[in-house]
Ligand binder design. Sequence first.
Ligand code: MBD
Ligand code: FE
Length: 287
Amino acid sequence: MTTQQTEFEAKAAESGNAATERFRESGKTASLAVPKERVSLLANEVLGAVYETIRKHKVTYDEFNALKSWLISVGEDGEWPLFLDVWVEHVVEEVSTEDREGNKGTIEGPYYVPGSPKFESPATLPMRDGEGGTPLLFQGQVRAVDGTALSGAHVEIWHADDNGFYSQFAPGLPEWNLRGTVVADAEGNFALNTVQPAPYQIPTDGACGKLIAAAGWHAWRPAHLHLKVSAPGYQLLTAQLYFEGDQHLSDDIASAVKPELVLSPAPSVDGTGNEVTYDFVLDAERG
Ligand code: MBD
Ligand code: FE
């Protein structure tokens, strides 16, 4: 086995278990009081859709047992967060933000860590000496739907490095590498320096990878920046931004690309990298 394979195989277990642990710590499980009527309605409809599929395609015992075995391995590999965020979250995001007038958002994914180091704008994200990837100056303004500049808005950003690794979910990276919270100025303007991430392949050696291989799909997401943009009194915007020309914009494994979220960076004036401007528009909290 080559070193590269060894490192890659370290990745599914490491990232899956870290993502499972993060979810447990996130506080999201504290609000699991879904009313009995909703549980019954949703569970019945999901099971009904399963029965319909089984009858329609005359699912065999071999196929049923393959499913059982695969579902067991999703848990063993810590990949429930990965599975749900890749194949389900995008529809939840769609219905929960459908009446917003401001910025389109998209899924959070499994690799968010709250509490990243905070920087006044203009900022440079924490990164290693000689961090790989084209330097990127990302700037813009945070506004309300009515055009009001949102002074001191927070632009929280996290993304993979040039090899597709997220800090705290892959071994050997500094804790907050390529993660930070940038505080916009009095006019809501922010500017931050980072590097352009590379397209990202979800781990192929865990249960999700087995499904992808068994179905003959591919494991790629387009290169992306993750963001959470917030200001007091406004709805939190969770988004991702992509890059024009990326070959996976139209076949993202996580179905999380929207045309409004695609950046078109241009070479920076000083010739050292790329720069791009993108403004965020937040919806007021509903009274
Ligand atoms: C990612 O980086 C990601 O953003 C999603 C949604 C799923 C897997 C890996
Ligand atoms: Fe991601």
